[in-house]
Write a protein that binds this ligand. Sequence first.
Ligand SMILES: Nc1ncnc2c1ncn2[C@@H]1O[C@H](COP(=O)(O)OP(=O)(O)OP(=O)(O)O)[C@@H](O)[C@H]1O
Length: 306
Amino acid sequence: MITSFEWTLPRGTVIKGKWKRNSYRVERLLGEGANGKVFLVERQRSWYAMKIGADTVDLQSEVNVLQSIAKQRKGSRAEPYLVEVDDMRALDGKEYPFYIMRYIRGATLSDYLMKQGMDWFPVVGYSLLGKLAELHDGGWTFSDVKVENVMVADYGRVELVDYGGVTAMGKSVRQFTEIYDRGYWNAGSRTADARYDLFSFGVLCIQLHESQRLAQLTASLLPQNRMPEELLKLAHANPRLKPLTGWLRQALNGEFKDAREAAGSWRQWMHRPGQRHATPAPSWMKGLFVASAALLATTIYWLLNS
Ligand SMILES: Nc1ncnc2c1ncn2[C@@H]1O[C@H](COP(=O)(O)OP(=O)(O)OP(=O)(O)O)[C@@H](O)[C@H]1O
């Protein structure tokens, strides 16, 4: 595996693309991984995310996928994800490829749930299934579904990041993370299909609720004993996941036809009697409530005094 480069870009650094000549001002590092570093950058008062690649070939294949997805979505009203592709020269004198993408203003999945509460898990899960279904409709699998690659914006709206693993259906999955991988759990091949992502989604649900036990399990199991049944035991022992065991069994055993069917079944689970719903009021509504209460108090005070 190619590891990321060592240097970083201090706040205020201006990056000028070698070919397109557009300039971007660095605000801060958003994250980094095996394929490169992602910075928050500004250009003409708009924020973007800039991914600088450690390896030209890897970044190019990610860009190719993003370009194909963009072509398929041409005409859609959604803001494009891929904005620009270029090269830059770093202080070490070497050239690095980069691409500019839409900045996703949100928290990572685990941070979001930690802050907003686990009652948001069903909503977020449903939104993620919808995102996967959209990608599958275009003939792609995300392939590297994992907690780190899911960001959540307001009201539980999910965005996927890191398109480095996206694979055309029927091809071999190239980028995956062991514990989320169907092959690792002896539950099927590494051929990209909708069920591959649904399997990883199932592991993600367990990872969010039982990360420690899942880590212990993977450390203790012999490779031949890794089976979906072991994952389901973890789910069954968790009070929040227990009611979802039936759904998880279908996802982990590849029994859903596609992500839409899985999402439909998830929705039924969400709306089953007794399920707690996350329906917090939007912040503007809370603000409005506070303002009205203050206005009422002032009016009463004024009436009493006049
Ligand atoms: N468009 C974006 N908007 C906001 N944050 C982003 C965006 N893209 C990436 N990030 C942040 O940067 C982190 C690293 O990005 P990314 O996963 O693409 O890098 P990577 O090198 O491919 O990582 P990995 O080793 O997981 O493959 C993400 O986990 C996320 O926190």
